[in-house]
Design a protein around this ligand. Structure first.
Ligand SMILES: Nc1ncnc2c1ncn2[C@@H]1O[C@H](COP(=O)(O)OP(=O)(O)OP(=O)(O)O)[C@@H](O)[C@H]1O
Length: 608
């Protein structure tokens, strides 16, 4: 229930939709109920003329308060004064007006509910996406990606549908039920008391049926998330899949999850669908009993039940099943909604591990040095960096080298504060990172990494991503520095060419140069580079390397170098192995130390 109300809070300001909804629904119900009671006078006028002379079931004070009886009395009067045909015409006009009004208000009640539904969906999706964007980088890994996508795309939809649907049902159906029951009671108390026994009995049976639904719904949402994750991964890696002739294997893997998902859904649907026939069958059994009992009373002339009233009773009772059915359907569906809701709320409630502390200061410029003091870091239990002491002076180029898996990228990720160290401190110009806002630290830095990530947009917009208000001249200047201007001009639409999904319409080297142009345009004092020139051919590599050299000019740069030849002129080379700094110094110093660096250089020379 707590989950339900929290989910409902996304409908805020709920009164804006709920008040007009309640009013429209109330009128819709009143006219709808009245419509069925009109059958009584209609039957009397057409077939049961003789019974008109007899007094109505209840008389005196009570009948004055009962609109049904008042209307019947009015029709009787008209019939005596102006004839039966005229009374029939009046009844027909009233039926038409009532139908019109009932549907008019029903339309508005549905419209307000739809507004509420859309509004809830809008708020919830925004909240989830905003929160996802605020989460720390460490939160995102591949298996979570599918989960997040399915929560934003699918679960949110399930939630808003079931939550608003229940809200609608909870208000409208019981109210409609009360109105119908009032009519039934006014016709025959005895019959009604018996027939209403069916409600708790069917409620009990149905609650037994739907009991296991919630657990299955959770499993089904998780399975769907897995499928989305798998789909995303397969689309991203489609070339590799094809190259390894692995399409069959991948299809089978997807197929298995798909089968499991369908199996769960089938099981759930079966249970869910069982609820409605059960309650309907019970309802029909009761109708049959009423027919027998009430019909016998009329045919044998016992009791005071009249034919017209009995027709109204039967018609109204057949409608009683409608709200009951809507209620049971809604409650059997709510499990799926609540379980999807819990998954969405879990994502909304995930707090970023890395937030600005209160009174965090803004770093306005970088003017001195970046210092690591005894920094250690681990992914979960796995220690990746320990005892890192490192000073990077303004204007220096510092290269991180070392064997694969040594921790270079992890150390690099600590600089823009994607993670906080587990112990030790990182200081910039003497300020502890933790006393500064994350945004102000990152605004001093630009990144070019191996991934060369581009958005599915034009080349111009991809470069201007760094500075959305950049002029055309600024973008072109940045592209020139990055050695990209020439190739951009040769593309079909120049700077307005679309780069495709993740930039796949450009070559690797072109992508890298657009990324470099993006970093140049941002013009930050510190540049973080994860070189990947080894993947390029010689000419392309030279273009990219020149672009990088331009980028590093007059800046503080930290470079992860895979080609050791490119960093020999670095001011400082830091050799990292197994999470520790083994050697630090210039190329000459490290060569003369005859340690790991020298071995790496020799190895690379040998390979070349
Ligand atoms: N997100 C992660 N979760 C858990 N472990 C990780 C994660 N990222 C990296 N690691 C582990 O941390 C260690 C250091 O990885 P890192 O990527 O920093 O090394 P690297 O020196 O940059 O390697 P390479 O030169 O191959 O890119 C590795 O053992 C790696 O398996």
């Amino acid at each position: 229930m707590k989950t339900y109300f929290r989910l409902l809070s996304f409908a805020k300001p709920i009164e804006k939709f709920a008040i007009p909804y309640v009013i429209a629904t109330l009128f819709a119900i009143i006219f709808n109920t009245f419509l069925f009671t009109l059958l009584g006078p209609l039957m009397q006028a057409l077939f049961l003329k003789d019974s008109l002379s007899k007094p109505l079931p209840s008389s005196g004070e009570k009948s004055l308060l009962d609109p049904r009886e008042l209307f019947q009395a009015y029709i009787d009067k008209i019939s005596t004064q102006h004839g039966d045909v005229y009374a029939l015409q009046i009844i027909c006009v009233v039926i038409v007006i009532t139908v019109f009004l009932a549907n008019f208000f029903r339309y508005f009640s549905q419209r307000y509910m739809e507004d509420l539904r859309v509004h809830t969906l809008l708020n919830m999706r925004k909240k989830v996406f905003d929160n996802v964007m605020n989460l720390h980088v460490g939160y995102f890994n591949n298996e979570r990606k599918g989960d997040i996508i399915s929560k934003v795309a699918s679960d949110v939809q399930v939630v808003q549908f079931t939550v608003t649907n229940t809200l609608q049902v909870v208000f409208k159906e019981p109210l409609q039920l009360i109105f119908f029951v009032a009519v039934l009671l006014s016709i025959s108390v005895k019959l009604t008391l018996f027939s209403l026994l069916v409600i708790p009995v069917s409620g009990f049976i149905i609650s037994k049926i739907v009991k296991r639904l919630k657990q299955q719904a959770t499993q089904s949402h998780e399975s769907f998330a897995k499928m989305i994750g798998f789909l995303d991964e397969s689309l991203s890696g489609i070339k590799i899949i094809k190259a390894f002739n692995a399409a069959e294997r991948v299809k089978n893997k997807f197929g298995e999850e798909n089968k499991f998902y369908s199996f769960l859904n089938r099981k759930m649907a079966r249970r869910q669908q069982l609820a409605s026939p059960v309650s309907q069958t019970l309802g029909v059994l009761v109708v049959v009993f009423i027919l027998l009992y009430g019909g016998t009373m009329i045919l044998t002339g016992q009791g005071d039940l009249k034919g017209g009233a009995f027709v109204v009773y039967l018609a109204t009772f057949s409608q009683v099943m409608q709200p009951i059915k809507a209620l049971t359907d809604s409650f059997s569906g709510i499990h799926s909604g609540i379980s999807a809701g819990e998954r969405v709320l879990e994502l909304i409630d995930t707090k970023p591990e890395l937030t600005n502390k209160e009174n965090a200061e803004n770093l306005s410029k970088f003017s001195n040095a970046l210092v690591f003091e005894n920094v250690a870091f681990s992914y979960g239990e796995k220690q990746v960096l320990k005892n890192i002491n490192l000073t990077i002076q303004k204007g220096q180029t510092v290269a991180l080298v070392g064997p694969s898996g040594g921790g270079k990228s992890t150390l690099m990720d600590l600089i823009p504060r994607f993670h906080d160290p587990k112990s030790g401190t990182i200081k910039i110009d003497g300020y502890d990172y933790k006393d500064l806002t994350v945004e102000s630290i990152r605004s001093q830095m630009g990144t070019v990494n191996q991934e060369s990530f581009l958005f599915n947009d034009t080349i111009f917009n991809n470069i201007a991503f760094a500075k959305p208000d950049a002029s055309e001249a600024e973008v072109i200047a940045a592209a020139k520095i990055a050695n990209a201007h020439e190739f951009i001009q040769n593309t079909e639409d120049g700077y307005q060419t679309f780069v495709g999904d993740r930039g796949n319409r450009l070559s690797g080297g072109q992508r890298q140069r657009v990324c470099i142009a993006r970093a140049v345009l941002a013009n930050p004092p510190i540049m973080l580079l994860d070189e990947a020139t080894s993947a390029l051919d010689t000419e392309s590599e030279k273009l990219v390397q020149d672009a990088l050299n331009n980028l590093m000019k007059n800046r503080t740069s930290i470079v992860i170098a895979h080609r050791l030849s490119t960093i020999q002129h670095a001011d400082k080379i830091v050799v990292i192995d197994k999470g520790e700094v083994l050697e630090t110094g210039s190329h000459q110093e490290l060569m003369s130390q005859n340690g790991l660096y020298k071995r790496l250089i020799d190895m690379q020379a040998f390979n070349d």
